[in-house]
Design a protein around this ligand. Structure first.
Ligand code: NAI
Length: 332
């Protein structure tokens, strides 16, 4: 039996985590969940929103399934999510965005993979208040991290039969930092002549994504643009409720949905667990449970085909009701 770290987060976190665990269990996958807690609620008890034991658990187990953790806005502690990625050197944030059966969206055949650098850029958290009216935030881009993520994107493209990688930057303005990212991407692109390499500025990329998303295949971005653009691509396939994600490093990986803790719907049994279930499927693939991952994905897709979905997709199913429908399809 595999031991996997489980971080159930806060907001809608506990509801969607329960859904994912139930579905995995119903698929017959035997997992010993190593339950860990992080976020505001543990500060008092542990002295930190991300206690060392959480990091240790992921290091030891090699994989984690994680729900969102709230980050205070404009004040308070540093994001648990950012710190976790940095501490475990989970340098690649992989966010596949593909249309789902029977989920009506503006476009059909969207199949984009966002590869976001996950350890530096403005997320380095180096900020200072110069005076009452001025604040600085430092954007860090290094050749090492940029080449590493570019290599990840091209390797992903080769292994997954993708045809094109587009490097997305604002190198016309951030000439040195984004310029360096681009230089690294070009250098790696030369080693993959079989993959078409493209460069596009992030503002134009957003417009093109909204007007003609099917022209894109793999998008390669520094941290901040990757964060923003992946919410946009989530919008193309039905919203944050269906957008899966993974943070991957050399030695371990944390699988989590793209979305946050959705405080506006927390505790109402309304959350869509699709994003975490699809993230969990990727986790199952990662630990060698591809067959069961495939079964879960088929049962989820069948549920959509039956017209069952949560309110964010225009349906009436509750989080629990939707989960039960998936489980029923698993058993048929
Ligand atoms: P959010 O992603 O939590 O919510 C944005 C909108 O999408 C809300 O209307 C919400 O109801 C909806 N939504 C999100 N997930 C949904 C789901 N599964 N089913 C149905 N509707 C869903 O973004 P927001 O409000 O900007 O952030 C809330 C908190 O989450 C913040 O503290 C933020 O820092 C944190 N956050 C944490 C992340 C993580 O743990 N990896 C990632 C992003 C945000």
């Amino acid at each position: 039996m595999k031991t996997i770290t489980l971080i159930q987060g806060d907001g809608i976190g506990p509801e969607i985590t329960e859904a994912a665990v139930k579905v995995i269990d119903a698929a017959g996958v035997k997992i010993d969940w190593d339950l860990q807690t992080a976020g505001e609620d543990v500060i008092e008890k542990e002295g930190s929103p991300l206690p060392e034991c959480v990091l240790e658990s992921v290091r030891k187990n090699g994989a984690a399934l994680k729900s969102p953790v709230t980050t205070p806005i404009g004040r308070g502690f540093r994001s648990v999510n950012v710190t976790l990625r940095k501490e475990l050197d989970l340098y690649a944030n992989l966010r596949p965005c593909c249309n789902l059966p029977s989920v009506k969206t503006r476009y059909e055949n969207v199949d984009i993979v966002v590869v976001r650098e996950n350890t530096e850029d403005l997320y380095a958290g180096i900020e200072e208040k110069i005076d009452e009216n001025t604040a600085h935030s430092i954007k860090i881009i290094t050749r090492g991290a940029s080449e590493r993520i570019a290599k990840f994107a091209f390797e992903y493209a080769v292994k997954n039969n993708r045809k094109q990688v587009s490097a997305v930057t604002k190198a016309n303005i951030c000439k040195l930092s984004d310029g360096l990212f681009l230089e690294a991407a070009r250098h790696i692109a030369e080693q993959y002549p079989q993959i078409q390499y493209r460069e596009i500025l992030v503002d134009n990329c957003c417009m093109q994504l909204v007007q003609n998303p099917c022209q894109f295949d793999v998008l390669l971005l520094p941290n901040l643009y990757g964060d923003i653009v992946s919410d946009l691509t989530a919008g193309l396939i039905g919203g944050l409720g269906v957008a899966q994600g993974a943070n991957i490093g050399e030695h371990c990986a944390v699988f989590e949905p793209v979305h946050g803790s959705a405080p506006d719907i927390a505790g109402q049994n309304k959350a869509n667990p699709t994003a975490i279930i699809l993230s969990a499927v990727e986790m199952l693939n990662y630990i060698g449970e591809e067959k069961n991952g495939k079964r879960i994905k088929s049962a989820l897709f069948e549920t959509f085909r039956q017209g069952v979905c949560t309110p964010d997709l225009g349906g009436t199913a509750s989080c629990c009701g939707f989960t039960d429908a998936i489980i029923k399809n698993l058993q048929e």
